[in-house]
Each structure stands twice: as C-alpha cells, then as structure tokens.
Design a protein. Structure first.
Length: 355
C-alpha cells in the first residue's frame, strides 16, 4: 500500500501519516470511548452537569472531557466527546438518556420524517462545533483531532426502534416493506451527517470517523443499500468540500463484506471490530489503512493476556498502515492503568522492532 497523495498530513502527526498510507513506527494509538466513565476525572466533571446531553452541549465541559485521556496517556489523537444521537436530537426527535437504560427516543414513523429539520439541527449543534474549536486550540501539532458522526443506517435504526435493540427489527421491517419511504429518511440523515462533519472539519477536525455500529444486523443486500451507499455518498461529499481530510469507516460486524465496504466507499481508514481475524485484517491492509482491533475485554483484564494480543496484532499488521485501537469502545470498569499499559506496550514493542 502506498501513501495517498490526496491526504496531506503534517509530518509530526503519526495518525494522519498512517491514514495517508504510511507504515508508521511506533503505530499511532487512540481508543474508541477513550474519554468516559472509566476515568475518575471524567466522573468528577460529570457531576457538574445534570445529564449526559447537557455535557455534550456544553463546550467547556465537552472540550475538557475530550482532552482528559490525551493528557493522562499521551495518546496520538483526541476524539470529540459527543454522541451519535445528537443528530436525531438536533433534527427534532425527542432523545434522552436514562441511567442504566441508555438512549430513549420517541420512535418515528414514516409520517414523522417531514417534521425533521436540517436547519434546526445545524443551529442546535453549534455547541458541538464550538467544542471542536476549543479542543483544536488546546492540542499540539503531533496530536490529531478526530470528529465523528453516526452513519445513516445506525441513526435510523435508533430513531425507528426508539432506543437500543438486539436486532432492530422495526427499522429492518420498514426498510423491507417501504424501501422508498425508508430511503427518504436515509437520504435526510446522509445530508445531516455531511453537514455535521463538514462543520467539524471547518472547526479543526483533521480526520473523521463514521460509526455504523449496527451494520452487522443487516443482510448482505441491505448492507450494500443502507450502509455502503450512504457511506460512499458521505465520503464523496466530504472529498469534494474538504479534499485531504481522511474518513475512517466503521461498519461493525460487517465480516466478509468489509473489503467491499472499503473499496466501494473510498474511505481512507477501515476500523475493524475484534471479530475480524488478523490474517483477514492483513489482507484488507493491502488496500486501506486498518484501525483496531484489540478486544475491549482484554483491556479490561490487562496483564499478560492483553500484552500477548497487542504483540500479535502488531506482528500481523506492523508492516503496513495501521492505527492501533480497540475492536469497540473502552468498557466502563476498565482500570486506567491498563490503558497506560496498552500505550506503553505498543510503543515499546515498535521501538524494539525498529531497533
């Protein structure tokens, strides 16, 4: 794999170099959900705001939460502290987070789509964009700033289901029974995601990640229609307006369709969940930068079990463009010292190999 000349990373920034196709030693490291409940400083700060969405919409608080793990662990990137569901919340759907239950939404039906407003969303999410501006001003040149959004299918799944689900049957049923109507919702969400990511980039995000957390519940045909096609449109739109800003796609659970996703969407990076075997990850790496994919449970337990898998991942992927990350987010009970151990293990192993 050769570096993509359309991506112009700063020479000091290992993440952007890797997303440009370079083999970087030591590998850049950041973690999904690296800012969150496992950190005592996060828990202390969260006590100053009444609820989770207020934290997301208060720039001083969200910026500080974003920066906490970068300061503590010296990670190579900060990822914006926010949530994928700020998009439906901004569009006008009622969203709230219940303790111990997760997100709760007022489930939408086909007649509700016309009530959703891009103009409302763009005004409502101005505090999120201000958070990006604040974080960017606080970072040095070596530390990248990653923006993100939920992918249209995953957003639609939550919006139709009214919250989390094991299979998102209501959303899948609507898509199967009324593909044209469901397509209107997907088209609206595609534009919403483009709008939000463009604003994050203009505020200072140097890369963006597209989270399709529930891609794995779809059939192959539905995956191509509701995950691949919108992601392709988003990557193309961002490439037109902000050429050189890499997009990382994360179609969690896509399995054997990962190669198709990477090729069809044109994403610069492909986040891998921990179910992807390392030999398959190495095969994907021939055409796209791969990111991942340590099991978060191994980070939770730490010690030799974690170290062995870190070394196995780097042995398999260290000769190509690779960003070290988890296969999903940091689990809340994870001891912070295990994150420090992870970062040091990656960097020590790569220094030893380089020597």
């Amino acid at each position: 794999m050769t570096a993509d000349s359309s991506i112009q990373p700063r020479s000091a920034n290992p993440l952007l170099r890797a997303l440009g196709g370079e083999t970087v030693h030591p590998a850049p490291v950041w973690l999904m959900r690296q800012a969150g409940r496992y950190l005592p400083e996060y828990r202390a700060l969260r006590e100053s705001v009444p609820d989770f969405l207020t934290a997301c919409y208060t720039p001083d608080v969200a910026a500080e939460i974003t920066l906490q793990p970068v300061r503590r662990f010296g990670l190579d990137a900060a990822i914006l502290f926010s949530d994928i569901l700020v998009v439906p919340d901004g569009l006008g759907q009622e969203v709230r987070f219940e303790a111990g239950e997760g997100p709760v939404l007022e489930a939408i039906r086909p007649s509700d789509v016309a009530k959703l407003s891009l103009a409302r969303m763009n005004a409502h999410l101005t505090p999120v964009v201000e958070t990006v501006t604040q974080v960017k001003a606080a970072l040095d040149d070596r530390t990248a700033l990653i923006g993100f959004a939920g992918a249209p299918w995953t957003l639609a799944a939550y919006m139709v289901e009214g919250g989390g689900s094991k299979d998102f049957a209501a959303a899948r049923a609507w898509a199967a029974q009324d593909s044209a109507g469901f397509g209107h919702l997907i088209d609206l969400l595609t534009q919403a995601v483009v709008d939000l990511l463009r604003r994050q980039i203009e505020a200072g995000a140097e890369a963006v990640q597209l989270f399709d957390s529930w891609a794995g519940v779809l059939s192959a045909e539905a995956f191509r229609r509701w995950c691949v096609a919108p992601a392709k449109a988003i990557v193309a739109a961002l490439g037109d307006s902000h050429p050189g800003v890499p997009v990382i796609g994360f179609p969690r659970g896509a399995g054997f369709l990962l190669a198709h996703y990477a090729e069809a969407t044109g994403c610069a990076g492909l986040q891998l969940d921990h179910g992807v075997p390392l030999d398959e990850a190495a095969a994907l790496q021939r055409s796209v930068t791969v990111q991942g994919n340590l099991d978060p449970v191994l980070l939770l337990v730490g010690g030799e079990a974690m170290t062995r898998q870190i070394l196995a991942i780097r042995a398999a992927l260290g000769q190509g463009a690779h960003v070290f990350n988890l296969g999903h987010g940091v689990l809340p009970p994870t001891p912070p010292e295990h994150v420090a151990q992870l970062v040091e293990t990656v960097r020590r192993a790569d220094r030893k190999d380089a020597a």
